[in-house]
Design a protein around this ligand. Structure first.
Ligand SMILES: [Zn+2]
Ligand SMILES: [Zn+2]
Length: 147
């Protein structure tokens, strides 16, 4: 998909992730959840940047590899590291899209990443508490007819 022009902020030289989400929501995709992956730098108005953003309890999310690339931090390219960071970011946003909030456990994938070090420190897995909630939410999501 093309990135919507109106999402670009000329002063910040960044893209408003909320506007990209709004654009993604309109996509006719027959899927329980879907995640847009972009290379442009994302922000939300109250923060300097974000690694990703999800529609809370919604269908879609967007993540950016812009600040996940080691080169952004003047490090040599490392594909394995980029993939690991991307997976953690995608799982984190998927968790939000199901209704999970941030977790205080630094190792949990739902721990908030304000810096790339947070992403590198956490694991691509949910802590036992978040996992239990994740499974419950997934079940609820897969059987919408049940009370
Ligand atoms: Zn988050
Ligand atoms: Zn957790």
């Amino acid at each position: 998909m093309e990135i919507p022009d109106d999402a670009y902020d000329k002063d910040r030289l960044q893209y408003n992730s909320k506007l990209i989400l709004r654009h993604l929501i309109q996509a006719p995709i027959d899927s329980m959840r879907y995640i847009g992956v972009t290379h442009v730098d994302l922000y939300v108005p109250i923060l300097k940047y974000v690694f990703g953003l999800a529609q809370l309890e919604g269908q879609c999310a967007v993540i950016s590899i812009h600040r996940l690339r080691p080169q952004f931090y003047s490090r040599p390219p490392d594909l394995d590291l980029l993939i690991a960071r991307s997976a953690k970011t995608a799982i984190h946003e998927l968790g939000h899209s199901l209704g999970l909030a941030h977790c205080r456990d630094r190792n949990c994938v739902m721990y908030t990443s304000t810096r790339i070090e947070d992403t590198d420190l956490k694991k691509p897995d949910f802590c036992p508490t978040c996992l239990e909630l994740f499974n419950w939410l997934m079940e609820k999501c897969l059987s919408p007819a049940s009370p």
